[in-house]
Design a protein around this ligand. Structure first.
Ligand SMILES: [Zn+2]
Length: 417
């Protein structure tokens, strides 16, 4: 199974927005660019919402049928590990092997020495097509990268082989993710990691590194855009080089996690994709859930009451909700609006605070990131939340569609053919 050149992870936490997400992709396709949807949901999200991987498969199939989508689509077991992969085997055809927790754990000394000896040709200056300066790997850097990443890649290998033993390797796509960690991986480290991935015979089609800068949930990139642009372009070139050198799948591409709402990066990413004729996977999840809350607020009545209750109830559970997302949000209580004020807001005021329009004076990025992690509260509302979604489907799906199409697909993929 081969992943298409352009793909987008479209998390849909409550399984109600598949049609609206597809409509956005169909609109882009009508303009000449095909981006295929990958419905991703992690074990953590399933646990919080009390859903099963097969629910995602069913929602995806139903949306595809309803919209008459003729292109490819996939269901991603997102950020799985050996501990929780088994429940995803039947429902998923895309597996994101998360080995970030294993980074920095050294493999046995003899294995490190063997790896370094096997790849001694990596030491030196590499002329890599597309890079103005040669990529330099010193003997020390090779040894240090092996020490830092070899064990993690081997864990990915174990996980890959576990899945392949239960599901034909022809029937799924493999991603290796290392993004949920604090230190970015440099392009020379990427080269060593890819050598290790090839050694493990993992047919990775996407790799999600930790890029430089902050990728906070639901808001724009925090960091130096020029540094990111250089790093992204270098990674694209290193991957292309590694595909030939190590015999990795020819469609191997970068995956950008927490990729929603990174408005300042879409231009530089698109430029690199165009320049090097490369593909990308943009993974998003919570941006669609935020549009559900925006739509409910706009709808007024019970919809607005639900949106306000999500905030009110979440506010009292700040640490519990923010804790698990510490590396990917930056929220300060002092910058959040008072609950009493929010309870006075009308629907449009609530929507303006939440909708990601940075130029709008009412937009509050802390509020947006906080609601982003507040889906647990909506999950606990159960039928009340789902009924509100269904009763206000028109306004909710309009927000979901416009967000995916206008703020994501068009800026990133619109100019690519
Ligand atoms: Zn991730």
């Amino acid at each position: 199974m081969k992943l298409e050149k352009y793909s987008m992870g479209v998390g849909d936490r409550f399984g109600h927005q598949g049609k609206a997400q597809l409509q956005a992709m169909q609109a882009l396709e009508a303009a000449g660019v095909t981006v295929v949807p990958v419905w991703n949901k992690s074990f953590r999200e399933h646990s919080i919402i009390h859903t099963q991987p097969m629910d995602v498969r069913r929602a995806a199939d139903k949306a595809v049928l309803a919209q008459g989508w003729m292109g490819g689509y996939h269901v991603d077991a997102d950020h799985i590990s050996l501990k929780n992969v088994d429940g995803f085997i039947d429902a998923s055809d895309f597996f994101t092997l998360d080995v970030a927790d294993h980074i920095g754990v050294a493999a046995p000394e003899a294995d490190l020495a063997a790896f370094v000896a096997r790849h001694k040709n990596l030491v030196g200056q590499h002329k890599i097509a597309g890079l103005s300066d040669p990529l330099e790997v010193t003997a020390e850097a090779l040894a240090a990268s092996a020490r830092k990443y070899l064990h993690a890649v081997r864990e990915a290998g174990k996980l890959y082989r576990h899945i392949a033993s239960r599901k034909s390797a022809m029937n799924f796509i493999t991603e290796v993710s290392m993004d949920e960690t604090n230190l970015p991986q440099t392009p020379p480290e990427m080269l060593v990691i890819l050598a290790a991935i090839a050694d493990e015979k993992i047919p990775a089609q996407t790799i999600a590194p930790k890029f430089t800068g902050r990728f906070n949930k639901g808001v724009d990139y925090v960091g130096d855009v020029a540094v990111f642009a250089g790093e992204f372009a270098a990674d694209v070139c290193v991957i292309r080089h590694a595909v030939r050198r190590f015999g990795l799948p020819e469609n191997l591409k970068l995956s950008v996690h927490s990729g929603s709402d990174k408005f300042s990066l879409y231009g530089p990413i698109a430029q690199a994709l165009k320049k090097f004729d490369a593909g990308v996977h943009l993974k998003t999840a919570g941006t669609t859930w935020l549009e559900e809350i925006i739509g409910l607020a706009e709808a007024g009545g019970e919809g607005l009451a639900v949106a306000k209750d999500v905030y009110r109830l979440a506010f009292g559970r700040f640490d519990e909700l923010c804790g698990p997302y510490a590396t990917v949000i930056d929220v300060q209580v002092s910058r959040l609006p008072a609950v009493e004020s929010v309870l006075q807001w009308d629907g449009p005021r609530f929507a303006r605070a939440l909708r990601h329009v940075p130029a709008c004076p009412d937009f509050n990025p802390d509020f947006r990131q906080f609601i982003h992690v507040g889906y647990k509260v909506a999950a606990e509302m159960g039928a009340r939340y789902l009924k509100a979604l269904e009763a206000n489907e028109t306004v909710v799906s309009r927000n979901v569609r416009e967000n995916i199409l206008e703020r994501h697909l068009k800026p990133l993929f619109g100019a690519l053919k």
